[in-house]
Design a protein around this ligand. Structure first.
Ligand SMILES: [Zn+2]
Length: 265
């Protein structure tokens, strides 16, 4: 059983809001007073996850710096065994995901509107109130699981707060979760210590890679319809033939799969 993870190619999407040690917005914004230390916390969680992947039998690990514009890792402190994607990739949110056996969503957060979830939002914290995919309200877990699912790649592990882990269990079957904190508020919670959080991430990643083959991909039925309800009045995308305006604050797009549909938004 332990050698089932042998020769796996693993992709890690690393967001910031669900990283251990992070529980306020000044930590995830480059002009925030706590941002520089939070970059270290992100880098350490990434290293712990990579270490676990190789312990579980991974052959190759690629990590995307997936928060905001994607320039947050402390590059010279990253694990030498992996490769890293930083900055923009306009054509693909998860580049070449079809070449991987499993995807890990590290440091993710619960969907917009989740009570007592640390830094909850969906894609755009200022603009998006609610988001649905084929009529089901969801967040970034389902979006990224859906993109990987377009290519039959499973989400093997997720890390973040307790609300995120609960959301994962509602959407994904068999995905391992590393709960590194418990949310009390959008900006507040109970955090594991650094060593405990890293041990948990490392061990969960090891088990996830070792059991990679048993976890099923998340498939979203085609055609995919995505509906966005915005927080306040915005300039609606009139005249775009891919967009259907539902009302002054709601519009939707449809496409053949999750990845294609997301690009239309
Ligand atoms: Zn983020």
């Amino acid at each position: 059983m332990e050698n089932q993870g042998k020769n796996m190619n693993v992709f890690i999407m690393a967001d910031m809001e669900g990283i251990s040690g992070i529980c306020r917005s000044s930590q995830v914004k480059p002009d925030g007073v706590d941002y520089q230390s939070a970059r270290r916390y992100l880098t350490y969680d990434v290293n712990a996850c990579i270490d676990g992947c190789f312990a579980g039998g991974a052959k190759k690990v690629v990590v995307r710096d997936a928060h905001s514009f994607g320039f947050h890792f402390i590059w010279d402190e990253l694990d030498a065994r992996a490769e890293y994607i930083q900055g923009a990739s306009p054509l693909e949110r998860i580049p070449d995901i079809q070449n991987y056996d499993g995807l890990i969503l590290l440091g993710y957060h619960a969907m917009a509107g989740t009570p007592q979830a640390i830094l909850e939002h969906t894609m755009n914290s200022k603009a998006w109130q609610n988001f649905t995919m084929n009529g089901r309200k969801c967040g970034e877990i389902a979006i990224d699981a859906g993109i990987a699912g377009d290519y039959n790649v499973p989400i093997i592990m997720v890390s973040g707060d307790d609300k995120l882990c609960k959301e994962v269990r509602r959407f994904l079957k068999g995905t391992l979760t590393a709960q590194v904190k418990k949310g009390f508020d959008v900006e507040g919670g109970k955090l594991l210590s650094k060593n405990c959080a890293h041990d948990l991430i490392r061990e969960t990643a090891r088990k996830a890679v070792a059991s990679c083959k048993k976890i099923k991909p998340y498939k979203v039925k085609s055609p995919v319809t995505m509906r966005v309800e915005v927080v306040s009045r915005i300039k609606l995308p009139f005249g775009n033939k891919n967009v259907k305006i539902i009302d002054g604050r709601t519009y939707e797009v449809s496409g053949s799969n999750v990845e294609e549909t997301l690009k239309l938004l």
